[in-house]
Design a protein around this ligand. Structure first.
Ligand SMILES: [Zn+2]
Length: 316
């Protein structure tokens, strides 16, 4: 090969190599190749975002669960058991006070154990209300007890009797009627009774001894809870009857959100207390045991401030 030819060949090879090198050079904008550090930063950011999303969902689920539980709590049915005729050391008094659930004791004023029963009930966490004797259509006057309200009393007499009764029962947060089939249908008298209760921060529970009672209507008109008894537990004095009535309370709770039920100490006191104690688990399956004050607060928003919140000096 001539020298000239060799030179030409060398130039051709040189150009070919140059051309090959040029092909490896980028011909357009470089594709972004992140460094390891940048890749790490991006991964951390993505992880943090994912974590926030997961936590956000968990928070939202937790919040939904809390709302559902609140709703369930709001929807929980309530049973308020009121036990009448306390204050005279009648049969079943101790057993009622020792029930393992919250009840409401209705204590008659001016009787030998009025203050003792009211104070012990309060100390045990039960609600206390005044059980005010009121004249019935029938029945013996001696069944009424001291401090009774009678249909022939003047307005001032009624006011004085109700005020004295409230002051005699420590820790009373409300009132209901003992007997009273005559007086609870008397608009004049019941209007005064409710006014005095309201002035002292008390509500009034209509025991429903009279179908024609004016109490719920009057109470509603005065901005007080129109609360009343739904079922008497022991209007017949046998254990079987009390058990049947407790079954009715459960049936009632299947259809209603609240039940106010009234039992007694005295003739049926031992039956009522033992039937109630046995029925606590079954009743708890259907509703929460509440004091009557919890019920009127929850259902009607009652915010009365009762005056009897301390132990009177003569209460022992
Ligand atoms: Zn009574």
């Amino acid at each position: 090969m001539s020298k000239r030819r060799k030179l030409r060949m060398r130039n051709i090879i040189k150009k070919a190599i140059q051309s090959f090198r040029n092909r490896n050079e980028p011909t357009c904008a470089p594709i972004y190749q992140p460094s390891t550090k940048v890749r790490r930063t991006v991964m951390v950011c993505i992880s943090v975002c994912l974590m926030f999303m997961v936590c956000g969902n968990a928070w939202s689920m937790g919040s939904d669960l809390a709302k559902a539980l609140d709703k369930q709590e709001q929807r929980q049915k309530m049973v308020a058991v009121i036990i009448d005729d306390m204050g005279n050391n009648m049969k079943g008094t101790k057993q009622i006070l020792e029930l393992p659930v919250k009840v409401t004791v209705a204590v008659m004023p001016f009787l030998p154990t009025t203050k003792q029963d009211a104070t012990e009930a309060h100390m045990r966490g039960h609600d206390v209300i005044v059980h005010l004797p009121m004249e019935p259509k029938q029945g013996r006057p001696e069944w009424l007890g001291p401090g009774a309200i009678k249909a022939n009393m003047t307005d001032d007499e009624v006011r004085a009797k109700v005020t004295a009764a409230i002051k005699d029962v420590p820790y009373a947060i409300g009132m209901n009627n003992h007997m009273g089939s005559k007086v609870t249908s008397d608009k004049r008298i019941m209007s005064i009774v409710l006014d005095v209760c309201k002035e002292h921060g008390l509500f009034f529970v209509d025991s429903r001894t009279n179908y024609w009672s004016v109490v719920p209507e009057l109470a509603a008109a005065k901005g007080m809870p129109p609360v009343r008894n739904d079922i008497f537990l022991d209007d017949a004095h046998t254990l079987a009857h009390v058990n049947r009535q407790i079954a009715k309370v459960i049936e009632w709770l299947d259809k209603n959100d609240t039940c106010v039920t009234i039992g007694h100490v005295g003739v049926s006191g031992m039956y009522t207390s033992s039937a109630l104690r046995s029925a606590v688990p079954a009743l708890k399956d259907h509703a929460k045991f509440v004091g009557i004050s919890d019920l009127v607060h929850s259902v009607w928003g009652w915010k009365g401030k009762p005056i009897n919140t301390t132990i009177p000096s003569d209460a022992q």
